[in-house]
Design a protein around this ligand. Structure first.
Ligand code: HEC
Length: 304
């Protein structure tokens, strides 16, 4: 080999080696930052939940769990709350919502611990819950969280074991780069909670309702592929009033989408979007959501 070629090849090899080592250091620093953060024990005190068997409170709890929390969706804790369908996201993670009926985690958690989990994303052991999108619904007032945990203690027990959630290297890196939320408690300001006003069919309340959609549609609600998601996972669409989104939609159009999964273009919505939950929203909630979405600045599709 001519010396010059040799030198060039050596140079290229050197660059590759430097990149590989650099990449290795990058991956290691991200994954250890993730692991260290997940080991943090948060000092958040418990709030006692009033004892009640009031039917109205339990009915409100069911509404919060199903229509707002989306807890019963297939990929979360499942229709009977005994555990969700595994959401397999290739090199990112496999997410499996556990059994939260009184035979499952419901047996381990007190109501006060369950409220702390729903408000702060902090588990029984004080560490962050993984992935469960607490930040999207922890605007619910105490009375709603109390109702939800009171209801959860009344659901039928299901004896079912679930496999464990697994967060892989790419999932850890995406979390540290804010592309995907696994480390939930790190994102929550535990000193200052932003709670919703009482429900009204206005954008003021709709702003909070809209947070229920962020996990899939993105912080700006303009949709696009979920980072790291496999190709076969449907892509959340644009729900801002842009041409590529819901410009010109009436309240009835949004209602048909949320209750029947019927899209304005006549097609059926992919069942990955949990309308089994959203269809139970009441009219005040749906009108609030509609008014808020229509008040958003139109954004092009895909910016998330
Ligand atoms: C679990 C993920 C997920 C959540 C949570 C979710 N969506 Fe979606 N959404 C999707 C997917 C995926 C699509 C595209 C489905 C398809 O192509 O059929 C979609 C599509 C849409 C569309 C576009 C429909 C059309 O015909 O153009 C609207 C509007 C929408 N969602 C509203 C909402 C609202 C409002 C919420 C919150 C209450 C919400 N979504 C929560 C996944 C989700």
């Amino acid at each position: 080999m001519k010396p010059i070629v040799k030198r060039v090849l050596k140079g290229v090899g050197g660059v590759i080696a430097v990149l590989a080592i650099g990449g290795g250091i990058f991956v290691k620093s991200k994954t250890s930052a993730f692991d260290d953060s997940m080991d943090l024990v948060y000092d958040v005190s418990l709030t006692q939940v009033p004892e009640t068997t009031d039917a109205e409170v339990i009915a409100r709890g069911k509404h919060v769990v199903e229509a707002l929390g989306g807890c019963t969706s297939a990929n979360c804790h499942g229709a009977d709350l005994s555990g969700g369908k595994p959401l397999v996201m290739g090199p990112v993670c496999t997410l499996i919502g556990p059994n939260i009926t009184p035979k499952g985690l419901g047996a381990l958690y007190t109501k006060a611990e369950m409220v702390r989990l729903l408000r702060h994303g902090v588990k029984k052991d004080g560490r962050s819950v993984r992935f469960m999108p607490v930040q999207d619904f922890n605007w619910l007032p105490d009375s709603d969280l109390f109702a939800a945990v009171t209801y959860l203690k009344t659901v039928p027990s299901v004896d079912r074991q679930n496999d464990a959630t697994e967060i892989k290297t790419l999932g850890k890196i995406l979390d540290r780069n804010d592309k995907f939320v696994v480390d939930v408690a790190r994102r929550i300001d535990h000193q200052k909670m932003d709670l919703a006003p009482p429900p009204t069919p206005t954008a003021d309340y709709g702003k909070y309702m809209g947070r229920l959609c962020i996990g899939c549609h993105g912080a700006h609600l303009s949709g696009g592929p979920i980072p790291g998601a496999p190709k076969d996972l449907p892509v959340p669409l644009n729900m801002t009033p842009d041409d590529s989104g819901i410009k010109g939609w009436t309240y009835e159009d949004l209602d048909a989408l949320l209750t029947k999964g019927l899209r304005k273009n006549g097609k059926q919505l992919n069942p990955f979007m949990p309308i089994e939950n959203w269809s139970q929203m009441n009219e005040t909630e749906k009108r609030a959501l509609y008014t808020y979405l229509m008040s958003l600045p139109p954004l092009p599709f895909g910016g998330r």
